[in-house]
Design a protein around this ligand. Sequence first.
Ligand code: AMP
Length: 217
Amino acid sequence: MNILFIGPPGSGKGTQSKRLQDRYGLVHLSTGDMFREAIARQTPVGLKAKGFMDRGEYVPDSVVIDLIRDRLSAPDCQNGFILDGFPRTEPQAEALDGLLSGMGLKLDAIFQFDVAKPVLVERLSSRRVCRACGQTVSQEQVGAAGAVCPKSSANPCDFYQRSDDAPEVVGRRIEVYETQTAPIVGFYSRKPGFLKVDADQHPDSVYGVLERALGPA
Ligand code: AMP
């Protein structure tokens, strides 16, 4: 099963990806996570991406498309994947179509995550991520959550704020989504398997909607 999540930053795509990957045995393909890893390892891709990410801008299409082409052709993707954060522009959507048809694959479900803008700003500004396990919580939950980190069970989660979740960058990221990514929603809404999801709801309710749409594993 191959799934595409499309939605603005802070709409819960990452949270739902983590849940669905376990439920359906899928690979979570987050281009944002791939870039953060590349930056941490100081690879050439990471060095190219960093400045764009820090400003809340998109990394150039050619860099993202090369990255996803390599990743999609890896053997673990053949059992199904969740695309989270790709494609974000028209050329990326066209490239994905070409890549999938070249591999004899298709998208089985396309979910658009719909969230009101003030909710996004609030969620992104208070978002904290564990460096080890990637778990995301709001600032208020940091004390209560992550007492034992699933990735380093001897320690608690090590929560930090992503540099692009800083209040001065958040507005720009939402603006870039509205100008560059919102236009491709129309293209996907005409494809089979498309569903617009009210992602203002509690994550458990959003998960319920996705699970009902996808059916049994
Ligand atoms: P995310 O973690 O999905 O919010 O992505 C974080 C940042 O990575 C974005 O703000 C972009 O700078 C960059 N990025 C991730 N995916 C893409 C993409 N498909 N196209 C361009 N830039 C991307």
